[in-house]
Design a protein around this ligand. Structure first.
Ligand SMILES: Cc1ncc(COP(=O)(O)O)c(C=O)c1O
Length: 395
C-alpha cells in the first residue's frame, strides 16, 4: 500500500510488525531533524520542543477515536498503566478487586498485581476456555459487584483475538466498574472509538503497528469526563503548559490528558513518532484496517488450504480479529527459526504460537504465498528440526 515509504529490509519478508514496525522514511527524516536542531539550537530548541507531544495529539486521537485533548503521546505502556491506576484505582470496602485475563501480556499483570497487593485486594483473571481466546460472556461475568477496575487487552497478544470493546465497556460502566484497555496490539491496525464507547482510560505503544521505532513514546487516553481528576503520579510535565516554567510549588494540572505526563519526554523519539504518524494521516486508519483484513484473510486461507498441520487460532470473523494471525504447532519455535534463516521474519510466542503480522502499509499477498510455501517445504522435509536444542542460536 505504501511500501516505498518504508525502509524495507533487503531480501527479506518482514512479518513482525506487531512486535516492531519497520522504519518509515518520514520517521528517519524527523529523527534527523530533531537531532540537527539539538546540534544547532541546543537549549533554545525547547522553544519548539516544549509542546511537541501535544502537537501530535490530533494524529494520535484519530487512531483511537478520541478528542484531541483526551490523548497524549508519553511514557510506555507499563509506566502509563501505573500512572492511570494511581489515578483511577480507588478501592472501597465494597468495590476493591481488580480484573484482568489469564491471556494478558505479563507486564500488565505485574503492574496490576503490585496494586492489588498494596491494597490487600484480589487480582482476578478471566480464564480462557480453549487456551487462546476469551468469550465476551466470561469477561462480563467477571465484572461482579466487588470489582473496582478492569484492565483488558483490545487484541490478545498471542492469538490475535479482538475483544468486543464496545459491549464490555458498556457493561462495565453500567456496573460501576472502571474500565481500561491495553490497546498495544490494535492501535495502528484497528480503528477505535474510545470516546464514543465511553472507555475510562486506555494505554498503548507506538512501536508496533504505528512504526515509531524501538522504545517509542507510548500513548494514553483519558475520557474527558475524568479531566477534573488529579493525576495520581503527578510530575512537572503534566503541569499546565502556560505556567509550567513559573516553577511554583503547587501543581496546576494541564487541562486534558496531557496532565498524565510525568517527566521530560525524549524529543528525538517524539520526532520519530511525528514522522510515523504522517503516514497514517495520509492513508487513514479505516483504509489500513480494510487492507489488513484482506491480508489476514489471505493468510488464513493459505494456512487452511496448504498447512493443515498448523492450527489457525485467530478468529475468522473480522469483528473478532486484530492485525496478526497466530498459527499453533508443537514445533512453532523451530519453524520460526527456520523461517528466519530463509529470510522470513515471523515471531514466536511460547509454547507453540507462530505469529505472522502482515502489515497493511508494506506487506503484500505474494509475500504471504512465499511464506506459506516455505512453511510447506519445512513441514514436508522436517528441515526446521535442525533447530532442536539451538533455540537461542537465532532469534
Ligand atoms: C500487550 C502489551 N502490553 C504491554 C506491553 C509492555 O509494553 P512496555 O514495554 O511499553 O511497557 C507490551 C509489549 O510488547 C504488550 O505487547
Amino acid at each position: 500500500m505504501r511500501r516505498s515509504d518504508f525502509v524495507y529490509p533487503e531480501g527479506q519478508i518482514y512479518l513482525d510488525g506487531n512486535s516492531l514496525g519497520l522504519m518509515p522514511h518520514a520517521a528517519a527524516r524527523e529523527l534527523r531533524r530533531r537531532a540537527d536542531e539539538w546540534a544547532s539550537r541546543a537549549v533554545s530548541g525547547w522553544d519548539d520542543w516544549f509542546d511537541l507531544a501535544e502537537r501530535l495529539s490530533p494524529s494520535v486521537a484519530r487512531l483511537v477515536g478520541a478528542r484531541d485533548h483526551e490523548v497524549v503521546a508519553t511514557g510506555g505502556i507499563t509506566v502509563n498503566l501505573h500512572a492511570l491506576l494511581a489515578t483511577f484505582y480507588r478501592p472501597t470496602s465494597v468495590k476493591r478487586n481488580l480484573v484482568a485475563t489469564s491471556l494478558d501480556f505479563p507486564s500488565d499483570l505485574y503492574a496490576l498485581k503490585s496494586w492489588a497487593d498494596r491494597e490487600g485486594a484480589e487480582l482476578r483473571l478471566v480464564e480462557s476456555r480453549d487456551g487462546n481466546t476469551l468469550t465476551t460472556e466470561d469477561v462480563i461475568a467477571a465484572l461482579s459487584a466487588d470489582v473496582a477496575l478492569a484492565l483488558l487487552p483490545t487484541v490478545l497478544y498471542r492469538s490475535g483475538q479482538l475483544l468486543d470493546v464496545e459491549t464490555i465497556t458498556r457493561v462495565a460502566r453500567e456496573r460501576g466498574v472502571t474500565i481500561g484497555w491495553d490497546a498495544a496490539h490494535s492501535v495502528g491496525c484497528v480503528p477505535h472509538a474510545f470516546h464514543d464507547h465511553d472507555v475510562d482510560f486506555a494505554v498503548w505503544c507506538h512501536y508496533k503497528y504505528v512504526n515509531a521505532g524501538p522504545g517509542a513514546p507510548g500513548g494514553l487516553f483519558v475520557h474527558e469526563r475524568h479531566h477534573h481528576e488529579t493525576p495520581g503520579l503527578a510530575g512537572w510535565w503534566g503541569h499546565d503548559k502556560g505556567t509550567q516554567f513559573e516553577m511554583r510549588g503547587d501543581f496546576r494540572k494541564a487541562a486534558g490528558a496531557g496532565a498524565f505526563q510525568i517527566g521530560t519526554p525524549s524529543v528525538l523519539a517524539l520526532g520519530a513518532l511525528q514522522g510515523a504518524l504522517e503516514v497514517f494521516d495520509e492513508v487513514g486508519i479505516e483504509a489500513v484496517r480494510a487492507r489488513s483484513l484482506e491480508l489476514t484473510d489471505r493468510l488464513i486461507a493459505l494456512a487452511e488450504e496448504q498447512l493443515p498441520e498448523l492450527r489457525v487460532v485467530t478468529p475468522r470473523e473480522h469483528a473478532a480479529r486484530g492485525g496478526h494471525v497466530a498459527l499453533a504447532h508443537p514445533e512453532a519455535n523451530w519453524l520460526s527459526l527456520a523461517l528466519r534463516e530463509r529470510g522470513v521474519v515471523p515471531d514466536f510466542r511460547a509454547p507453540d504460537i507462530l505469529r505472522l503480522a502482515p502489515v497493511a502499509l508494506y506487506n503484500d499477498e505474494a509475500e504471504l504465498e512465499r511464506t506459506a510455501s516455505l512453511l510447506r517445504e519445512l513441514l514436508d522435509s522436517g528441515a526446521h528440526r535442525e533447530f532442536a536444542g539451538r533455540e537461542g542460536a537465532v532469534s
